[in-house]
Ligand binder design. Structure first.
Ligand SMILES: Nc1ncnc2c1ncn2[C@@H]1O[C@H](COP(=O)(O)OP(=O)(O)O)[C@@H](O)[C@H]1O
Ligand SMILES: Cc1ncc(COP(=O)(O)O)c(C=O)c1O
Length: 289
């Protein structure tokens, strides 16, 4: 499987492409990577060095990939956009890759904020994600805060969450499977010691519960988006395959986080827990909603 991942790079630690590339490779994917920034470390540390790349830089790399015939892909993945120019370049590259491989799946992680921190992207980014990225996306992986922002629906109950998912699906690519994975779900039905994930197609939806771990890990959303895309792209397009992708991605992410928590590490223990990415020791089962 060939996957193009367009995200941040950090020299130290694991967010963005540094949370996605190795897990995808460990699962057996051939990964092409375009970095949207190269920083010393993730921005959660408060200070960092490095550079933000431009849309022109991304276009330049895509030209080189096209010259190699390398834009024939099974899937493309994007995460944190940095600025609107980078976002537009990513969407151009997705369109170019889709022209070369019409069955390609594009997974957009619409990074814009989360509960507690609120919106943390430039005001240009939410409209770009909603009006331009969603209509090109086959899969979207918002956290609950991002889903609420994009749809204007507050998810106090699972019924409201499903309504918000359906509203987002209405904006996604018509000819695609319109799959949504919502991370960090917390409704009135969520127990305090539990973390919930919901994955839905227009036909079926599934809920996965895992225990809540005592950590706040940067890069968990980037990791789960990459794993979910890999498992969706590896399956057929059935409801059973969607449920399987949710279970594989949710269980592997939980296992990496559990290892990270027990090591007391500030960064995801992706290398130490690499076997868990392929065969998680605790397997969580999803149920239909
Ligand atoms: N403290 C935690 N305990 C258990 N699972 C967690 C925890 N933090 C994150 N996760 C898992 O990682 C997923 C993605 O994390 P999330 O914080 O939603 O990502 P994002 O960085 O996109 O906001 C969550 O839905 C959950 O499955
Ligand atoms: C530069 C940078 N810093 C930090 C993060 C981590 O974000 P989060 O805390 O939402 O996982 C990302 C995610 O892609 C990033 O690109």
């Amino acid at each position: 499987m060939k996957i193009l991942s367009m995200q941040s790079w950090v020299a130290f630690g694991h967010v963005g492409n540094a949370a996605a590339i190795f897990p995808l490779q460990r699962l057996g994917a051939e990964v092409l990577a375009i970095h949207t920034v190269q920083f010393s470390n993730h921005t959660g540390y408060g200070d960092w060095t490095g550079q933000v790349f431009t849309g022109d830089h991304l276009h330049d790399l895509a030209r080189g990939l096209a010259a190699r015939g390398a834009l024939s892909l099974d899937a493309a993945l994007s995460g944190y956009l940095g600025d609107a120019g980078v976002g537009r370049a990513i969407l151009d590259i997705v369109a170019q890759a889709r022209a070369a491989s019409p069955a390609m799946l594009y997974c957009c992680d619409p990074v814009m904020g989360d509960t507690g921190r609120g919106l943390f992207v430039h005001p240009d980014i939410p409209p770009l994600l909603l009006d331009h990225a969603a209509p090109a996306a086959d899969i979207m992986t918002p956290n609950q805060f991002e889903l609420e922002q994009m749809t204007g629906i507050s998810c106090h109950s699972r019924a409201e969450l499903l309504r918000a998912i359906s509203s987002l699906q209405d904006r996604m690519r018509r000819d695609g499977p319109r799959l949504v994975l919502v991370t960090s779900v917390r409704t009135g039905e969520t127990a305090d010691d539990t973390v919930e994930l919901v994955a839905a197609s227009p036909e079926a939806s599934f809920l996965l519960k895992t225990p809540r771990l005592p950590l706040n890990a940067n890069g968990a959303g980037d990791l789960i988006a990459a794993l979910f895309l890999f498992h969706v792209a590896s399956g057929d397009r059935s409801g059973a395959a969607l449920r399987h992708a949710l279970e594989c991605a949710g269980s592997a992410t939980w296992a990496v986080l559990a290892r990270t928590a027990s090591a007391g590490s500030a960064e995801l223990c992706l290398v130490a827990a690499q076997d868990e990415i392929v065969s998680p020791t605790s397997r969580y089962d999803a149920r239909s909603l």
